[in-house]
Ligand binder design. Structure first.
Ligand code: ZN
Length: 127
């Protein structure tokens, strides 16, 4: 079990408090699907992180949880999965285009808003 799948399991019963009913239903389905894959041995951390990052209320909750000293297995500065030094950064761009780019090196970092559009930057898959 990773920090993220552990968080996801703890998050499930609280989704209704963090987002509206329709969003909670959508996220519950998505998280349960990823946890089922995780149970089969699939690494779902990246997709969980993307899912959490896509909803500001969840992103905040996860950031808070990762910095919570009561979680003994927290590893907030653990680099994201990558295939070698220098490739562990994930690139984020504004959904409207690459005028605003940001690199995330740790899951504890909150994804910033595009200064121009005031919406969260989006993860760019691959590079
Ligand atoms: Zn923008």
């Amino acid at each position: 079990m990773s920090v993220l799948t552990d968080l996801a399991r703890k998050l499930l019963p609280r989704l209704g408090l963090l987002v509206d009913h329709a969003e909670a239903t959508r996220l519950t389905d998505a998280i349960e699907q990823l946890l089922r894959e995780h149970d089969k041995g699939v690494d779902v951390d990246t997709r969980l992180a993307e899912l959490f990052s896509s909803v500001p209320a969840i992103e905040r909750h996860v950031s808070d949880a990762l910095s919570d000293p009561r979680i003994p297995q927290k590893t907030p500065y653990e680099p994201l999965a990558g295939d070698g030094a220098g490739s562990s950064l994930q690139r984020y761009e504004c959904p409207y285009g690459p005028h605003s780019t940001w690199f995330r090196s740790s899951l504890s970092q909150e994804v910033p808003l595009c200064a121009e559009h005031q919406i969260p930057l989006r993860l760019v898959p691959g590079r």
